[in-house]
Design a protein around this ligand. Sequence first.
Ligand code: SAJ
Length: 425
Amino acid sequence: MKIVVMGQGYVGLPLAMAAAKAGHKVVGYEPDKRRYDLLNSGISYVEDVSSDRILRRMEEGLYEPTTDENKLSNFDVAVITVPTPLKRGMPDLSYVSTAVLMLADKMKQGAVVILESTVAPGTTRRLVAGMIERNTGWLPGVHFHVGFSPERIDPGNQDWTLETTPKIVSGLTPECAVEVFGFYRTVLSGNLVVAGSLEEAELAKVFENTFRQVNIALVNELQRHARQLGVDVWNTLDLAATKPFGFTKFTPGPGVGGHCLPVDPVYLAHQTRTELGAPFRLVELAQEINDGQPGYVVRRLQDALNRRAVALQGSKILALGQAYKPDTSDMRESPAVEVVSLMRDLGAAVDTVDPFIPPPCADNEYTDIPVVVGTEHLRHLREDYHAVVLLTPHSAFDLQAVADSGVYVLDTRGVMPDAPNVERL
Ligand code: SAJ
């Protein structure tokens, strides 16, 4: 079939590759000129897609990146994989509506439009089906089909990939669900789970990440109280994690970054407030606790320096890691970045090292040549810095060498080797 994938990011590009591999003719719409130029010369900027895969599919005539919306006409299936970020703390659906309008203008009767971006329940019905109906006069479920299938891409995860992760699929009507299921069946080998409605699928996805956000806030608050009680929270969590059922381990940290966790729960909390006039209290509280972590980390560092009669003002600090999670170059909403800027606001001289992000830290570019932090460089840490704060434990960091240097280390991830100069959050 002719497939259109709207947005060629970490969700859209892998899906486009999988659809092309299944033998469909795929048009990957990418409005960002820089990204389009890379794709057009067969260069991947997505960690899970190799450049030669793009080249091969293009040579087979099964994949064509484009910025030209005229290339979108007469598709059989279109999948929308555009961002649904926050703008001033509120859901921003402008990328979705732009994509829907573009498709409505080009689609033929019988076409299937599937949204994969994370949205609050009811959005697909209102924004995708409703907007196409208004622009074409066609009846959703009759003249065209609408579906929702949440993305579960975890960049860099080798165990759970697009092919192996179970995928929820849903349709506006049973006939739509059949069409959506039929499409993914030709593309994915993993198991497909048919939801009873668009809204159940939308809510399931938002809840998956809300579950994480709330549990991370729980251990972040636990950590603060455990420390005051003089109990090691890291050992406590290891003990609790020996329970083989009914427990999922989360660990404290410098905050919650990424494009999922800080965002998805806000879609839910915003909806209950605006549509029901009721706050989703656990989500709002979790947000508040997690957002407070960077400031907490800086206060812990100030206490540590104070014990050494060193003011943060004028001190020399080394921050290890700026990405929001290990072994990726992604800095979106990264708490590590916030910790550094808070320390700089207080007058500390902070050097940052991140093997995935060449200085000055490029904004979310993936560089496939990580610069390993040389062990000899780490040996002089004690002379060069008053403290080191470990924010993102990239595997390239030689943490033993950092501990052996004798410099004071605040380990916000509980991953450093034990040493008298190492303190865990
Ligand atoms: N974090 C903690 N403590 C934890 C777990 C995470 O502080 O116990 C922090 C991380 O440092 C990071 C943020 O939370 O800053 C998010 O971490 P994450 O492990 O949730 O990773 P993400 O943001 O890449 O989440 C993605 C999500 N995938 C999708 O939305 C498709 C999430 O649903 C996955 O469960 C998660 O990957 C995963 O398991 O890796």
